[in-house]
Write a protein that binds this ligand. Structure first.
Ligand code: SF4
Length: 305
């Protein structure tokens, strides 16, 4: 059992509650970033699953300033959930993909409210450098600071298939440089990338070996308007069944050391844009099934680590 809950994995939200004494709510932000894999710098079209919002994004309107998004997020979450503490989360696109001076202004504006206790920045491993990492490391004494790297798989063949535009070595370099600065790292992976079970477990084992601080697990899904949706409509690919996914997630968790925080266990794509697999639209059913499967096995995160 983890964080005084009945969860058999180290759920990030419970970890935050333990750390700060109250539930901490994420405010997702959209500061109008782009991505070199979409703007033609690396390639055109981006990752095959990436939608208009910059991949699985749930953030506020980019028409609002970051300060306004924070103010609105605090107001809404406080009145709806009586929230007291918040993390600023830059989710959409690649949130280090601007000159460092601009980044500093943007990140500072996300910390304008005194109840913000943390900063999470989602990006690609090829969009950081020494200067940017120094800037981000500068926040860690005052805020719980995370960099979230999209990796998806450790297998270069898969990264090529999804048109990721970087390889695993690129991730490794960014990861080592980030850890050197003392910044927490969460790694995003996707299951169901037409890989064998063994290949997916190799990704889990590698993340365990690297001792990353957190993991976010998504199920591959086709959202409207993506290249993946077109491939699915042409009958070129299929998706894992929910039962398969549940078993695979549990197998994956068994390899991850207990201290590693689990930020997500299923995708969060907009239901209205979800083409397939349809079962992902009932995300909480899937999460409940993962709990039940771990209980059935009498297993837990890290049992094989
Ligand atoms: S790195 Fe992220 S924003 Fe860029 S194309 Fe891939 S999923 Fe989309």
């Amino acid at each position: 059992m983890f964080n005084g809950t009945d969860k058999r994995y180290n759920q990030y939200s419970a970890h935050l509650k333990n750390k700060f004494g109250v539930k901490v709510y994420k405010i997702t932000l959209d500061a109008g970033f782009s991505c070199p894999n979409r703007d033609g710098t690396i390639s055109t079209g981006g990752c095959i699953f990436c939608d208009e919002g910059g991949s699985f994004s749930q953030s506020h309107s980019k028409l609002l300033s970051v300060e306004s998004q924070i103010a609105e997020g605090v107001k809404t979450l406080s009145s709806r959930f009586k929230a007291q503490k918040f993390m600023s989360y830059f989710q959409a696109y690649s949130n280090t993909y601007k000159p460092v001076k601009e980044l500093e202004k943007i990140y500072n504006s996300a910390l304008s409210n005194r109840d913000i206790v943390g900063l999470s920045i989602g990006t690609r491993p090829d969009c950081v450098d020494e200067e940017k990492l120094n800037l981000i490391a500068g926040y860690k004494d005052d805020y719980y600071t995370w960099l979230e790297y999209g990796l998806q798989s450790i297998h270069d063949r898969t990264l090529k298939w999804i048109n990721r535009g970087h390889d695993f070595d690129c991730f490794l370099r960014a990861y080592e440089n980030t850890k050197e600065k003392g910044i927490n790292v969460c790694v995003h992976v996707i299951l169901g990338l037409q890989e064998t079970h063994e290949e997916m477990m190799q990704t889990a084992q590698k993340l365990a070996e690297l001792e990353v601080d957190g993991v976010k697990i998504h199920m591959l899904c086709a959202l409207e308007g993506t290249r993946l949706a077109a491939m699915y409509n042409r009958g070129e690919i299929d998706f894992m069944s929910e039962d398969d996914y549940v078993r695979t997630v549990c197998d994956f968790l068994e390899y991850l050391p207990p201290h590693m925080t689990i930020h997500r266990l299923a995708g969060n794509g907009l239901k209205s844009e979800l083409i397939a697999p349809k079962w992902l639209g009932a995300k909480f059913d899937c999460l409940n099934k993962i709990d039940r499967e771990l209980l059935r096995r009498n297993s837990y995160q890290g049992i094989k680590s």
